[in-house]
Structure formats: C-alpha cells, structure tokens
Design a protein around this ligand. Structure first.
Ligand SMILES: Nc1nc2c(c(=O)[nH]1)N[C@H]1C(S)=C(S)[C@@H](COP(=O)(O)OP(=O)(O)OC[C@H]3O[C@@H](n4cnc5c(=O)[nH]c(N)nc54)[C@H](O)[C@@H]3O)O[C@H]1N2
Ligand SMILES: Nc1nc2c(c(=O)[nH]1)N[C@H]1C(S)=C(S)[C@@H](COP(=O)(O)OP(=O)(O)OC[C@H]3O[C@@H](n4cnc5c(=O)[nH]c(N)nc54)[C@H](O)[C@@H]3O)O[C@H]1N2
Ligand code: SF4
Ligand SMILES: [Mo]
Length: 743
C-alpha cells in the first residue's frame, strides 16, 4: 500500500514512481532521482577529512572537517588555502556546534486556529505554502507576495530561490539582508567604477605601507584579515577612523576618533588638503578618471578649521593624515559598516574612492578603495541572488539583459520582471500600506536585526501569511511565522560562497541535517513542484548544475567566471577569484582589479562623485543627549546569535549580560558604577543594559552590541537615499539608572 502522503506527492511529480509507503522523510526526499530532485552530492565518507569554506564571515577561511565513522567530529583550519594560511577565529573552530542544537527545526510547523505552531508533514507545509501565496496573489496581484533572503546560503541556492520566486512564482519584490550590510558599497562602486567590483586581494593587506581603515573593526569582525595585516613586512602605518577606540584602533599606529557621522566632512577636508599641497597624481587622474575638476571645486569649501570643528579632530591631525597618504607608496583604504550603515553612506564610500583615485592608489599591489564584505556569501548575493540586480550584475529594466538571461536559462523572456524590486525598507513599508500581504523569509532574522524593531514587528503582524525558512524554530522571526520550513545549515549541504576578495570557494556537506530538515535548494525544488513551475527548473538538478548555469550567466560580465569548469577545479585551486575566463594571465592565486586602469564605464574612466554632507536626523538634544553607536560586540558572537549561542565555548568568550559602554565622565555625572543596570531609551523604544564604564567611547556617546536582541528597539528608521541601507550607527538615546535589576 502506498501511504497517503506519498500518494499525493506522486500525483504532483508525474515522472516519479513512488515505491515506498510510510511517511515522507528527509531521506526519501534526498534519495537521488526520486521526486525529480536529481543527483544530490553527498560526501559523507566515514573517516575522511573534507575541506570546506567557513559559513560565518566573508573572509572565507578554509576549514578541514574531520570525520569519524561518518560523523563530523572536529574542525581545524586549512594550512594550504590562500586566504587563512592555517588560521581560524573561534567561530571557525566551533563551526560544528550550531548544527547539534536542541532548537533545530526538524519538521515543518504550521500555526493552527488557536495560534499554536504544530508539526506538520512536508506535504501539508508545501500545499499550504502554495495555496496561501497563490490565493494572495490572485486577490491582490502577483506583487503582493515578496521574499527576504540572505547573504548566508550558497550561491546555487540563492540563484534557485531568485529564479523560482521571480521567474516561476511571478514575484517582483525580493530583497536580501545584504541590504543591511552591503547596499552602500554596491551603489558606490556601481556609480564610481561602472560595476559592483571590490578591487582587492587579501595580499594587499601585506603589501601596503599605509593602511586606512574607516569604520571597520577588523580585530573583532574580520580577525583573519587583521592577521594578514600582521604579516605585512613594511612596518605599515595603520590609521583607524572610528569614533570608538576599538580593539583595532588600540592596535593601530594612529586612531582618528572623529565625531560620529562626520566622515564625509573629514574625507572632503583631506581631499582639500591633498589638492592644496599639490599631492595629486595628475597623470592617473587625467588618464583614468572623470569629474575631478568639479570635485576639486566642491572640496574647496571644506577648510581645515571647519573640518576640525565638525569632526572633533585637530588641524595637525588632519594635516598628518593627508601627509601620510601622500608619503605612502602603496596606500590602501578599507571600509566596512561605520561607512555603509549611514544616511550618507554612498557618498562617504565614494569620498574614499575619490581619495584613492586622486592619489593613484588603485590597481597596484597594496592599494585600493576596498569595501570589506560581511556575511560568508555577501558577494554571491550581490551578483547572483536575482534581488537587487538581474543575474550577473545585470539590470531587470534592460530588455537586452532580460533576453540574454532568458536565452541562457531557456525560459520565456516575458517571465522576467521588467522592474527592479523594492528595497527591504520599502517592502516593510509596503506591508504597512497593505500592498504586501505575504512574505517568505529565508536565512535572516529581521525581527532582531532590522532597524526600529517595534515597527518591524508591527508590520510582521499585519501580514496575511508569513513563512520563515530557518535552521531553528526559535528565532525571533520564526516564532512570528504562520509556517516554519526547517532548513539544513552550513555543513549540511553543498555549493559555493564568494568571499570578500571575490574568491569563489567550495562549501561541502559534512553532516546530515536533523529530522526532516532539508537544504534550501531542495525546499525550492519542492516548492517549484507544488507551485506547478517545475518544468522551468528541470535542468537545475543539483548545486553543481546550477553552478554551471551561473558560470554561463557570468560570461562577458566583469564577474565572468566562465573559465571554472566545476567544483573539482575550485577545490584543486584553493578557490578562484573572479574574473576567471581561463586565460594565462589569470592563473595566479591572488589577483586585483583595474591593473590596466580601465574601469567598467563605457569610457573606461572612474568617476569622482560627491555631495553635500547632511545632519543626523534623529536629533540629539536635552531629552536624548547621547549618540548611540551599535556594531559587533565580540569575535565569538554572530549577529542575532542563533548559531553562536549554541556553542558553550563561544558563549564563554562573550558577555553574558547586555552591556552599554559609557565614558567615565558621563558615568560620573549620572552617578553610575560599573555593573549598574540602566534603561537606555530612544524615541522608539527602550532596553535594559548593564553599565560598562570605559574610555573606548567618547563622552556623549554610548555603544551597544547588535547581538543583543533589543538593540534595534532603539535604532531609527533612517536610510541612505542612494542605497536604502539602514543607518544603524547613529541615533539619539537617554541613559537612566534602572529601578531594579531584572530577575
Ligand atoms: N564576530 C563577528 N564578526 C562579524 C560579524 C558578526 O556578527 N560577528 N558580522 C559580519 C558582518 S555581516 C559584517 S557586515 C561585518 C561588519 O564589520 P564592521 O563594520 O567592522 O563591524 P561593526 O562593529 O558593525 O562596525 C565597525 C565600526 O564602525 C564604527 N562606527 C560607528 N559609527 C561610525 C562613524 O560614524 N564613522 C566611522 N568611521 N565609524 C563608525 C563602530 O564604532 C564600529 O567599531 O562583520 C562581519 N564579521
Ligand atoms: N543595530 C544594528 N543592527 C544591525 C547591524 C548593526 O551593525 N547594528 N548590522 C546589520 C548587518 S551588517 C547584518 S548582515 C544583519 C544580519 O542580520 P540577520 O541576517 O538577521 O542575522 P543572522 O543572525 O545572521 O540571521 C541569519 C538567520 O539565518 C539562519 N540560517 C543560517 N544558515 C541558514 C541556512 O543555511 N538556511 C536557512 N534557511 N537559514 C539559515 C540563522 O539561524 C538565522 O536565523 O544585521 C544587521 N543589523
Ligand atoms: S575569520 Fe570568518 S571565515 Fe575565518 S574562521 Fe572566523 S568566522 Fe570563519
Ligand atoms: Mo553584515
């Protein structure tokens, strides 16, 4: 007898002969050839060691996972990989711990009429998913269902998800958590270079003689990149531009503790000094750029005294900074969230690009205007998730681009949306306006991480149907869901990530997912079956087949990796940076862009782009006298903690209470001692925290780590107008002693 569950599946998947009865299990779904899912590479060898790229940060370290009797038991960093050279941070060493957590989602969960989430079969989950979203689309139009995805699944899964939703399910709107992170760098590079192209290779850390880090706390957020700086034999000047005296600032040779969000003024002021002193690489500017003279006129208004007053840095500090840039033979500029997460992030990133261009510090070893990415696969998401751009850095609004993608994927061109997606914040706004009624959230935890949390949670409540696809059923977002789809995590599936230096690296399955959890790839394949668009994805049989499609889609674009013929080649090479068309010049294991001075605009010139600095919108006044800075708290915590909180080792290395860092001067004035509980409030919400009295923050500023679940109750919904990236790093707050400590 054939079980009821499998019978129904069999009706949907015409090509499948179902010979088994009993419940639909993960193993059944995984069985090669069954359900049209094709070959699923499983490389669980009993006692082998498998190399795989780490699934936390964008550094992209390679880890050796050691197996015993088919179980992954231990991890060591790979010595022969060009990224980490035998090093890993605590998260890498503890990479397996999150897989074994007790709150893993092991079956789909569906909310019943009493509001309780109950386990259901995959069949019920998939039917409900399709029925609810289809109903919504029929009633309110195809655009009324949207998705929010991630920079933390393999590229092949991102691509399938992006194709399924936009080509198969008729969605137009779908953005990623990379909006929280990378959108500014994307917008800045596209406008300045003509393509979203971070130009560097990690070797540049070792080859610079001046390293400028703007709003970047490498020691905490990218510790192995910091190790690469430590391998620099040129005794480099390391200049950290950050309002806080971070671990990185402490280890640097200079710390410019500017006022929050005064970077733009600072960078224009430095450009002005460089021009005044005649410290410009006129030859490079003339040959390879456009717009310099307008930029020169613009920065003339940023006089030293004004810049000093606005940034809080002294005139000698400014002059010294400019002089070091001038004297450096190989100056590299690096930036991260202190720049990107700002209401004027794009212009600030472009001001950094302008400094590199005007001093000819690009395209040579040890130079560059370098945005460091965040999540393990932020670069994959930027190019191949089909969210902010059409596959391969193309444009949804360009008919020729749509035709090209359609011909490679063998789909009708009119299935490709002709408009760009709304950005994340507008999708949330769309829920408030009743335009977005259904939302599918994959591998991101917005109820913790999105800005202005109370507002975000109010919006989630307004949805008709919320689906959350996550490794855990306990995340702040999953507990709000109507349907939870249990996902396999890093280590439980195959594919590739693209790291910060554009290196495509292999991610391998080393462990089985628990219960009925499935890879995001298989979940998408099943949804395609149930939705009725499986035909379109018939040739998307397994991750490697998708990888080949992406290689074809990349051909002819600046991110061309059509020279990579498959996973074996990647493994043998120790990862390969794009572009890689297979030509002889591309054979070295570390490569940077723009060595020929040719950028991606039609005239091959990079642009000087600039604008007027703005004010922090959330006014700091007598009621809210502090500027709140947020960011990474420790090397052992990852974002919303769903993974890192599952490791006892990582927990020991991170603070157990929420902390607010406050300067001793302010603590004295408020009569606060170390360890006192306080309430930190903003115009949007409040949270409790324990006082940490420290000189790392300046008077008038406080710092709270983003890992704390309530930090975003305080933050303000303001965004960069060009990138729509949230301005997480500056809002106005008040600090008051708490009457009682929490129980
Ligand atoms: N341990 C750990 N590592 C991580 C992550 C993690 O969660 N945990 N997340 C990863 C991800 S996704 C990302 S995006 C990266 C982020 O990496 P980073 O950007 O390096 O980390 P943040 O702490 O968010 O922000 C960096 C610094 O910006 C400073 N800053 C705040 N306001 C300003 C300002 O106005 N101007 C300047 N110049 N600086 C300012 C903050 O004080 C902070 O020290 O880290 C990645 N690595
Ligand atoms: N105040 C403040 N807020 C911030 C920031 C800040 O500096 N300050 N930084 C922002 C930045 S840069 C970022 S990148 C965001 C990060 O914000 P989020 O993306 O919300 O944070 P994560 O905790 O990484 O969430 C990833 C989710 O995916 C799940 N997951 C992991 N692997 C898989 C998988 O393979 N498949 C599926 N389906 N699920 C998986 C995890 O369990 C987790 O729930 O936070 C942003 N929020
Ligand atoms: S530095 Fe990043 S990629 Fe390397 S081990 Fe740590 S978390 Fe993983
Ligand atoms: Mo990020």
């Amino acid at each position: 007898m054939i079980g009821k569950t499998t019978q129904k599946i069999a009706q949907k998947v015409k090509s499948v002969m179902v010979q088994t009865d009993g419940p639909l299990t993960r193993d059944l779904l995984l069985a090669p050839g069954k359900f049209g899912l094709g070959k699923v590479p499983v490389r669980l060898q009993p006692d082998a060691t498998t190399q795989t790229v780490c699934g936390f940060c964008s550094t992209g370290c390679s880890l050796n996972v050691h197996m015993k009797q088919g179980q992954a038991i231990n991890v060591t960093p790979s010595k022969d990989y060009p990224v980490n050279l035998g090093m890993a941070c605590p998260k890498g060493w503890e990479a397996l711990a999150p897989l074994r957590a007790s709150d893993r989602a092991t079956t789909p969960l569906l909310r019943d009429s009493h509001g309780k989430l109950n386990p259901v079969t995959w069949e019920t989950a998939l039917e409900t998913f399709c029925q609810r979203f289809k109903q919504t689309q029929e009633k309110h139009g195809p655009e009324s269902v949207a998705f929010l995805s991630t920079g933390q699944i393999v590229t092949e899964e991102m691509a399938l998800l992006g194709a399924l939703t936009k080509f198969g399910m008729g969605m137009v709107h779908g953005d990623g958590n990379t909006r929280q992170c990378m959108a500014t760098a994307v917008a800045a590079y596209k406008q300045s270079f003509g393509f979203d192209a971070p130009p560097y290779t990690y070797k540049d850390f070792e080859e610079s003689d001046v390293i400028v880090l703007v709003g970047s706390n490498l020691c905490v957020a990218h510790p192995i990149m910091w190790e690469r700086i430590m391998m620099n034999k040129n005794n480099p000047e390391i200049i950290v531009v950050d309002p806080r005296c971070t671990e990185t600032a402490m280890a640097a040779t200079r710390h410019l503790a500017l006022q929050p969000k005064s970077d733009l003024v600072l960078l224009y002021g430095i450009a002005h000094i460089l021009i005044r002193q005649g410290w410009v690489d006129e030859g490079f500017v003339a040959r390879h750029t456009s717009g310099f003279y307008a930029f020169k006129r613009h920065v003339a208004q940023f006089r030293e005294e004004d810049v000093s007053q606005k940034t809080g840095l002294s005139v000698p500090q400014l002059r010294d900074f400019a002089r070091l840039i001038h004297e450096g033979k190989r100056v590299s500029f690096w930036w991260t969230m202190g720049v990107n997460q700002s209401f004027e992030g794009t212009r600030t990133a472009q001001a950094i690009i302008c400094l590199a261009l005007m001093t000819g510090n690009i395209g040579r070893p040890g130079t560059g205007a370098n945005s460091i990415t965040g999540q393990c696969n932020a670069m994959g998401s930027r190019m191949f998730s089909n969210t902010t751009c059409l596959f391969g850095g193309r444009d949804f609004e360009n008919p020729a681009h749509r035709d090209h993608v359609a011909s490679i994927l063998d789909i009708p061109a009119d299935t490709i949306p002709q408009r760009n997606s709304l950005p994340y914040d507008k999708i949330i706004e769309g829920i408030g306006q009743g335009k977005i009624k259904g939302l599918w959230v994959i591998a991101t935890n917005g109820a913790h991480s999105w800005i202005n949390q109370h507002h975000f949670n109010d919006m989630l409540e307004k949805l008709d149907f919320l689906v959350v696809q996550d490794m855990y059923h306990s995340t702040e977002t999953a507990v709000c869901a109507d349907l939870v789809l249990p996902a396999a995590g890093w280590g439980e599936k195959d594919g590739t990530f693209i790291n910060s230096e554009r290196r495509i690296g292999r991610v391998s399955k080393v462990s089985k997912a628990p219960g009925e959890a499935l890879s995001d790839f298989l979940i998408c394949k099943l949804i395609a079956e149930y939705w009725g668009c499986a035909e379109m994805f018939a040739s998307w049989t397994d991750p490697e087949a998708v990888f080949q499609k992406l290689a074809s889609l990349s051909a002819g674009q600046p991110c061309d990796f059509s020279g990579i013929d498959g996973y074996d080649m990647l493994e043998k090479a120790g990862g390969i940076q794009w572009p890689f068309t297979g030509s002889a010049e591309e054979q070295s294991s570390e490569r940077r862009l723009f060595e020929d001075g040719r950028f991606h605009h039609p005239d091959e010139r990079a642009r000087f782009i600039f604008g007027q600095p703005c004010q922090i919108l959330d006014k700091i006044n007598d009621d809210y006298p502090f500027c709140l800075l947020t960011g990474r708290g420790s090397v052992s915590e990852w974002h919303t903690g769903t993974r890192t909180s599952k490791s006892a080792v990582l927990q020991t290395l991170s603070p157990s209470d929420p902390l607010v860092e406050i300067n001793p001067k302010d603590a004295r004035r408020l009569e606060l001692q170390r360890g006192d509980w306080v309430v930190v409030s903003s115009r949007r919400g409040k949270m409790r925290a324990k006082t940490m009295v420290t000189y790392t923050v300046q008077p008038g500023q406080v710092f709270i780590s983003m890992h704390h679940p309530h930090a975003n109750r305080l933050t303000d919904s303001s965004f960069d107008p060009h990138s729509r990236q949230p301005s997480y790093k500056a809002c106005a707050v008040r600090v008051e002693p708490a009457a009682k400590t929490p129980a």
